[in-house]
Design a protein around this ligand. Structure first.
Ligand code: PRP
Length: 178
């Protein structure tokens, strides 16, 4: 059970909206001319970010979703992810943008990219709203990152703590009470 905690605002809804708009401009410029961008949201944490991001893209897009298990039990070196819900569509020869809420150790996105690469997309890029570089265990980078954040436990804008607080309109840092 989650103990008592308070949530301190770290990134306001307004700051997120401005950053999402800027990211969408860069992504639209990068993929300009494509007629086949597939935007893949990693469930569940990316559901709000992807909803806002695709509405700002000036491109024809398809939206698809992938859900993978977190590694939980594995030792650090044996961490693997398992597909819980696969994409509905084929991505071979397509331009693919993976949308992630947060890159922490990097294991999730590293494995997702490995899986998707075997399906031979034309281009495969990542946009992550949040990045905690200080926690990285595998060398992965998103081409686009919304905000670099310190090593705090964060919630909101899709991100949960014990499955709660995903519906906050901002990013908050959890402070646990004694
Ligand atoms: C979180 C988050 C990322 C991943 C990042 O997912 O959404 O997918 O962990 O961590 P990593 O870089 O250390 O691998 P979680 O397993 O909590 O699932 P959720 O998206 O359904 O909340």
């Amino acid at each position: 059970m989650a103990g008592e905690y308070v949530i301190e605002e770290m990134i306001s809804a307004k700051a997120i909206a401005a950053r999402v708009e800027a990211l969408a401009r860069e992504i639209s410029a990068h993929f300009a001319g494509t007629d086949k961008l597939v935007v893949v949201g990693l469930l569940r944490g990316s559901f709000i970010f992807i909803a806002d991001l695709v509405r700002e893209l000036d491109l024809p897009v398809e939206v698809d979703f992938l859900e993978v298990s977190s590694y939980g039990m594995g030792t650090e070196s044996s961490r693997e992810v398992r597909i819980l819900k696969d994409l509905r569509g084929e991505i071979e020869g397509r331009d693919v943008l993976v949308v992630e809420d947060i890159i922490d150790t990097g294991h999730t996105i590293h494995h997702v990219l490995e899986i998707l690469r075997t399906r031979r997309p034309a281009r495969l890029e990542v946009c992550a709203l949040l990045d905690k570089p200080s926690r990285r265990e595998v060398d992965v980078r998103a081409r686009w990152t919304g905000f670099e954040i310190p090593d705090r436990f964060v919630v909101g804008y899709g991100i949960d703590y014990a499955q709660r607080n995903r519906n906050l309109d901002h990013i908050g840092a959890v402070r646990f009470l004694e």
